[in-house]
Design a protein around this ligand. Structure first.
Ligand code: AKG
Length: 284
């Protein structure tokens, strides 16, 4: 496998702004196949047997209603060989992760983020490692839309340079769907650094640093926005983790792509691990 290297521009952008984008990493045909696999699951009566689902408002029990009801299918990509072998353990993407993480690569997180037309809800401002609460700053994160992600249908927003902050303690407001960055702090950061709208076409990929402050708004448009996302790490980083994780899978060993399916789980041996503190609840 020819080793991938970032261009000078990508390298600078990753260092100064905390992310970079690669265009056209997978074909539109493959993206369409993956959308089909995902839709098939969300339209089934019990998608929760295949993934950890994150429902939005209850929708009516019609085919269209079933499409409109979820924000996220967590841990589904490790159950779909089509997605796993082409994305999280796909040679093209691992070749990029390898530049940052070396020859042994572990998938730490895998998710499908669904933002259905009209009903798709926001993902609050967060740092991924603010949610993990494991003290890790070095894992490498990616997100790939399987249909265009635009300002109209709720593309992600990044605060450029926010990866240079510490891991901020995330909090819960009465209307939070999960832990989030303190809202006053987000306002200050946005007024200081502005926001980049990460508009991507089908099969483009954005990669970012785990400290990056990011968010995505609701989708009031006619167009659905399905994406697959993941986080790669390596055994050295895992050893430093403050948290005991249980669902990590091998994606690359000694520079060779792991082709086993279901993907091989990792047995963690980590003496530092402890249970994270719950998020602090705030009134507003
Ligand atoms: O899909 C989205 O809009 C949010 C994704 C996200 O926050 C993430 O992958 O960390």
């Amino acid at each position: 496998m020819m080793q991938w290297k970032p261009t000078a521009e990508q390298k600078t952008q990753y260092e100064t702004e905390g992310y970079f984008i690669l265009r056209n990493v997978i074909t539109a045909d493959l993206a369409a196949e993956m959308r089909g696999v995902i839709r098939n699951v969300i339209m089934s009566p019990e998608p929760g047997t295949k993934a950890d689902i994150d429902p939005m408002n209850p929708m009516e029990d019609t085919p269209q209603g079933r499409i409109a009801r979820y924000r996220k299918l967590a841990n589904f990509c490790v159950q779909s060989p089509l997605i796993w072998h082409n994305v999280h353990a796909g040679e093209k993407l691992l070749n990029i992760a390898r530049y940052f993480l070396g020859d042994d690569i572990i998938v730490k997180f895998n998710s499908c983020f669904l933002k259905p037309a009209h009903t798709g809800s926001a993902t609050p401002w967060h740092q991924d490692n603010g949610l993990w609460r494991d003290g890790e700053t070095e894992p490498f994160n990616f997100w790939m839309p399987l249909e265009p992600a635009t300002r109209e249908n709720g593309c992600m927003q990044f605060i450029p340079g926010s990866h240079k902050t510490e891991i901020i303690e995330h909090v819960l407001y009465p209307d939070s769907i999960h832990g989030e960055l303190p809202r006053e702090h987000v306002k200050e950061m946005v007024s200081k650094h502005g926001v980049h709208h990460i508009e991507l076409d089908t099969g483009d990929v954005v990669f970012w640093h785990s400290n990056m402050w990011h968010y995505s708004p609701p989708n009031p448009s006619e167009k659905s926005r399905i994406a697959v996302a993941g986080v790669w790490t390596n055994p050295e980083i895992v050893k430093t983790s403050k948290r005991f994780w249980q669902n990590f899978r091998w994606a690359m060993k000694k520079g060779e792509v792991c082709t086993q399916f279901p993907p091989e789980p990792i047995v963690m041996e980590n003496d530092n691990a402890e249970k994270p503190n719950p998020f602090l609840s705030l009134k507003e």
